[in-house]
Design a protein around this ligand. Structure first.
Ligand code: GTP
Ligand code: MG
Length: 289
């Protein structure tokens, strides 16, 4: 059985760093993993592990910008369109792996997760190849410093999730940057997250965070804003699936917990046949004959 983890999330969320740590963990636990780089803008020098599959072998952002005269954003979209039109390239590249874990380091363009057919198409191909697939969506802990930013992050995670029918885990990355007493750098006490209790209200999003914050302002200024807000609160209440596993890479237990969740959602190793007794049986019969 082959397994694939799609490492997704907005720009700078820590996807490549997590993918690298994941690789190290697999190596240390004597499991075989391979890195798949799907970011056409990735800097090869930044990879600790050389990707086994690299989208840059198919198309590189640099070439697209140079030869087709695209800017960086249009260039990236072009690269993904190009990949989607050449999925047989990926199918072929994926052919050579057996019983392995493939870690897909995805690009950080938020459009890819909200409305582009990129992820659904990728998932379709993986499932056609019989690869068991799950996804993680990383949001960095700084999002907890501003509840509006935080809820927009929650909504982006949700909109990515609803398009895919695969196991999905949301991760709050860079937890090492969160201290017991994080205050809003601008000094406003309103946005600061104070204490572990408050952090829990973000990891398991408490819609009241949003209701109280926006409710107070909206009541006095714009009632339609209030209504929109209530609708979002309701949406999050109805979908308690959006909760976050904290990830602190400076703590190996934290990484291990996250990876065991990923293993669990894909039922890693569960239908691996216990090979030895079976082989022995066959050997016994051969001897008897
Ligand atoms: N403190 C801290 N910094 C981190 C952590 N993970 C990543 N970073 C830093 O955050 C920045 C972005 O990390 P990347 O892993 O490149 O993020 P990414 O999601 O791959 O970024 P894009 O591919 O550009 O979307 C880098 O400067 C990392 O060193 C973490 O767990 N803790
Ligand atoms: Mg990256």
């Amino acid at each position: 059985m082959r397994y694939a983890v799609l490492v997704t999330g907005p720009a700078g969320a820590g996807k490549s760093t997590f993918s690298n740590s994941f690789m190290t963990y697999l190596r240390d636990t004597k499991r075989t993993g391979h890195l798949v780089n799907l970011d056409p803008a990735a800097n090869a020098a930044s990879f600790e592990y050389e990707p086994a599959i690299d989208i840059k072998d198919l198309v590189s952002l640099e070439d697209v910008m140079e030869e087709l005269d695209y800017g960086p954003n249009g260039g990236l979209v072009y690269c993904f369109e190009y990949l989607l039109q050449n999925m047989d390239w990926l199918d072929e590249e994926l052919g050579g792996f057996d019983d392995d874990y493939l870690i897909f380091d995805c690009p950080g363009q938020i459009e890819l997760y909200t409305h582009h057919p990129f992820l659904p198409t990728l998932v379709q191909h993986l499932s056609r190849l019989g690869i068991r697939t799950s996804a993680v969506y990383l949001l960095e802990s700084q999002f907890m410093e501003d509840r509006y930013k935080f809820f927009s992050g929650v909504l982006s995670a949700m909109s990515a999730m609803v398009n895919l029918e695969i196991p999905w885990i949301n991760i709050m990355s860079k937890m090492d940057l969160v201290t017991e007493n994080v205050e809003d750098p601008s000094g406003g006490a309103r946005n600061g997250i104070r204490g572990r209790k408050n952090i829990a209200r973000y990891l398991d999003p408490d819609p009241l965070l949003l209701a109280t914050a926006r409710g107070q302002e909206a009541n006095s200024s714009n009632p339609r804003f209030h209504a929109l807000n209530q609708a979002i609160v309701q949406l999050i209440e109805d979908h308690p699936l959006v909760s976050f596993l904290p990830l602190d890479l400076t703590n190996s237990d934290s990484l291990e917990t996250v990876i065991s969740h990923i293993d669990y959602t894909m039922q890693y190793g569960e239908d691996e046949e216990p090979k030895e007794p079976h082989d022995l049986d066959e050997g016994d019969f051969a001897k008897m004959e």
